[in-house]
Design a protein around this ligand. Structure first.
Ligand code: ADP
Ligand code: ZN
Length: 790
């Protein structure tokens, strides 16, 4: 027994000849299991390792497809196994922990394993984007100098070429540069070079390298390490986190008020990680270059948080910033830099959690509450939860930071006790959190004639702020001009819905169009020109509801001298647009930044003294149990942008609402996260919703309503049967129509599952998945720990 076990370990860890089989997960994702298909390893590929990308034959026609080696074994249960054809041409390999992580994601999020690998590996890396084949010419090193003289029978030109090469450099020249060498030698063509290659005096060699064009580097904001005197809570958090480095797996929730210096904590923890390594190394530990530790820092979106990324680039020498604006070649180059240990600190959005660092020392997730960490297509993973899993696999600490932690994380601290809590209750440098005023818009409406999106109070505060040289932000989490288009006669009752969705069309004003604008569906992107009259009764249509464009119009009308920029996904098409706008705001070329939740994230502008929330109610009544949580986060986060300059000019936040007595709005205005979290967790506990239970959601969609019904019913029956067989631990809700019952001409039905814990949920899902009743394709979507419930 002991002997076989020993044999097993050897076979798993190294490349002995006894490993003759490999489990390969194909990228096309035909395999629903997490083990892959068995192939034999030919003699020539005996050094193949877990994580290598290989080419294998598939099917009767032996079509060549690619996949990843997930396991090596020395026996096979199958009689006739096909053989691996070869390594992929770009010699791609993933680190072993990523292979393990992929298997976990495949199981946990119900996604074919190969598809998880496809997601982990950027397409540009797979395609080899930017790889250029270079022909190099150099002198053969083992040929003595005198042989190159005339006596050796060379022509004059050949000798001249050799002489030129000798004076230039030792390493060689690309074929492109060889023309110049020939020129300098006085030759009219490269013929003498070719002759020397033929005679064996020069050798030509091929290399493949990535050539990414990085263009001009963007200016950096903060390059020197600032000499802050750490606040005592910062110092305490850094000390705790530093102590956890090299002490195995742990998760820390850094709950710090907006402007409390969380980023500084992250920076110092990474500094500590690198210094520790330096010390250990100078003390004589023999580590290879590759084993220098690194860090991943996840941020919600680089374009929206350029300041955070810049601070890491400014502080450390080898940072890779992965953002959506990278070209394919750039992305490929960064991936190689990371894989080869040349870039050790990776800052990026969601998918950066798959950065193939050979020796990861810590993972940091900034703004961990952000819903953008959840991917809404296969694999439907949550980068924060994947970060925790990767930390566990690698036995390293994970830091989650936020001013408004997700209730999931907070629950893990307070109820489950599995995360450590670190708090930064105060802002840095003696700054105070801004005062928050609540404006009752119902009363405002009774006081004033006409439609006003901005209350008198907000209007005046804006004017004063700008007169005094300050800046302001205005947030309305709704784009477009008006979100309803209707017949003014309610006896007619016509409202403009989308032809393809159960949703209302949103009016977008556009002065360039003859009718003044268009209507667009925010779910399927269908659009058409604004209809001038009601199709039923011919009356002129009216628009109501609000959007950022309408605030913009009111701002122009009421405060014509104010300079402002509108930031929403309609106005900002590319990352460059954001950067330009934020730059203008930073340089105080504009007074007001008006936008959607886009402006609520992590921005740090010292001159912002006023923040106006146009409507605190937009997300309060969504058909989603997280509506309160979203409302709290949004108000608290945008409020956190005010008053970050100096202690003498405190910030002011004005929250407009039709529900001034709403408990959530009240808690947000008092910056009372803990009060909110306690209340909300108690409410969720009562009805057994996450984080007090685990949830999964299955959506069945079909263009045919009857088929849709039949499919979802069949699935529900199978779930119920499996649940009963397992002892009825999971609560099954539905089937029922989704809150938006039709999108893009597909009918949508859903089943919601609630389990007491993740393992119970997994057991049920796995059983149904193994019975082939549960699939992940374009007709059925399984979403484990869903974030969006529409
Ligand atoms: P958070 O991420 O918590 O919102 P940041 O880390 O962005 O806060 O810090 C806000 C600002 O305060 C940054 O400009 C940062 O350089 C600065 N800062 C951080 N720590 C200190 C400190 N101890 N003293 C003074 N300023 C600090
Ligand atoms: Zn639509």
């Amino acid at each position: 027994m002991v002997v076989t076990q020993l044999f097993d370990t050897i076979a798993m860890s190294g490349s002995t000849s006894s490993q003759r089989y490999a489990q390969v997960a194909l990228e096309q994702g035909i395999d629903s299991s997490s083990t892959g298909l068995t192939y034999s390893i030919p003699e020539s590929l005996s050094d193949i390792a877990v994580g290598d990308r290989v080419i294998v034959p598939l099917g009767r026609r032996n079509e060549q497809v690619s996949g990843f080696v997930v396991e090596l074994t020395h026996h096979s249960d199958i009689a006739h196994v096909k053989s691996i054809v070869g390594r992929d041409t770009h010699s791609i390999s993933l680190t072993p922990d990523l292979v393990e992580l992929a298997r976990w994601i495949s199981n946990y999020y119900c996604c074919p394993l190969g598809m998880v690998f496809s997601t982990m590996l950027p397409a540009a890396v797979k395609r080899g984007t930017g790889l250029i084949t270079q022909l190099w010419v150099r002198r053969k090193p083992d040929i003595p100098a005198e042989i190159t003289s005339k006596k050796a029978g060379h022509s004059k030109l050949q000798i001249a070429v050799l002489a030129v090469l000798d004076t230039m450099e030792k390493e060689g020249r690309t074929w492109g540069e060889i023309k110049r060498v020939a020129d300098l030698a006085g030759a009219r063509s490269v013929a003498p070079v070719k002759q020397l290659i033929a005679k064996g005096y020069l050798e030509s060699r091929q290399t493949r390298e990535i050539h990414a064009d990085w263009g001009e580097e963007a200016p950096r904001l903060e390059s020197a390490r600032p000499n802050h005197v750490l606040t005592s809570s910062q110092a305490h958090a850094i000390q705790k986190l530093a102590a956890s480095v090299h002490q195995g797996f742990s998760v820390h929730l850094l709950h710090g008020a907006t402007g409390s210096g969380k980023t500084e904590v992250y920076l110092r923890v990474i500094e500590h990680l690198l210094q520790e390594y330096g010390k250990a190394n100078s003390a004589g530990r023999k580590d290879s270059e590759n084993s220098q530790p690194g860090a991943i820092v996840l941020v919600p979106e680089i374009a929206l948080t350029p300041q955070t990324a810049d601070r890491f680039v400014g502080r450390f020498p080898d940072v890779a910033v992965l953002h959506s604006g990278l070209s394919g070649a750039q992305r490929h180059e960064e991936w190689r830099r990371i894989r080869e240990g040349r870039a050790r600190i990776v800052v990026g959005a969601r998918s950066a959690i798959f950065a193939p660092l050979p020796n990861l020392g810590v993972i940091i997730v900034d703004e961990e509450h952000e819903s953008s960490f959840k991917q809404d297509q296969l694999p439907r993973y949550h980068a924060r939860d994947v970060a925790v899993k990767r930390g566990q696999l690698l036995n390293i600490p994970v830091v989650l930071g936020s001013a408004t932690p997700s209730l999931e994380s907070y629950y893990n601290v307070t109820v489950r006790g599995s995360y450590h809590l670190l708090e930064l209750p105060d802002r840095v440098a003696g700054l105070k959190l801004p005062a928050v005023e609540i404006i009752d818009m119902g009363q405002e409406r009774r006081k004033r004639q006409g439609v006003h999106l901005m209350s008198l109070r907000l209007e005046q505060a804006l004017q004063t702020t700008i007169d005094e040289g300050g800046q302001a932000m205005l947030m309305l989490n709704r784009r477009g001009y008006a979100n309803y288009l209707a017949c003014p006669d309610h006896r007619c009752g016509w409202m403009m819905g989308c032809k393809y969705c159960d949703a209302m069309m949103v009016y977008h004003k556009d002065a360039r169009l003859p009718v003044g604008g268009l209507v667009r569906c925010h779910h399927c992107e269908a659009e058409q020109l604004l209809p001038p009259t009601c199709p039923n009764c011919g009356r002129r249509v009216t628009t109501f509801g609000l959007g950022t464009q309408r605030v913009e119009e009111e701002l122009q009308r009421k405060l014509p001298s104010v300079r402002f920029i509108r930031m929403d996904s309609d106005a900002m098409r590319t990352g460059k647009d954001y950067q330009r706008s934020l730059e203008a705001f930073r340089n105080q070329k504009v007074d007001v930044l008006l936008g959607t939740q886009m402006i609520a994230k992590g921005l740090d502008f010292p001159n912002v003294r006023l923040v106006g929330v146009i409507s605190g109610d937009t997300s309060l009544h969504l058909p989603d149990f997280r509506a309160s949580e979203r409302t709290f986060q949004l108000i608290a986060q945008v409020a956190g942008r005010a008053g970050r300059g100096d202690a003498a000019t405190p910030g002011l936040v004005i929250v407009q609402t039709f529900k001034p007595d709403d408990a959530v709005i009240g808690l947000a205005s008092r910056h009372d996260y803990v009060g909110f979290a306690k209340r909300e967790i108690a409410l969720r506990k009562e009805v057994n919703l996450p984080p007090c239970s685990r949830m999964a959601r299955i959506v069945v969609r079909n263009t045919n309503q009857v088929t849709c019904h039949a499919e979802v019913k069949k699935l529900a029956d199978q779930l119920a049967a499996a649940n009963q067989a397992q002892g009825n631990h999971v609560r099954i809700r539905g089937p029922m129509p989704c809150p938006i019952a039709r999108i893009a001409d597909h009918f949508r039905q859903q089943i919601e599952l609630f389990a007491p814990d993740a393992a119970t949920m997994q057991r049920l899902l796995t059983a149904v998945r193994n019975a082939k009743a549960l699939r992940s394709d374009n007709k059925m979507a399984v979403d484990v720990d869903p974030v969006s419930l529409l």
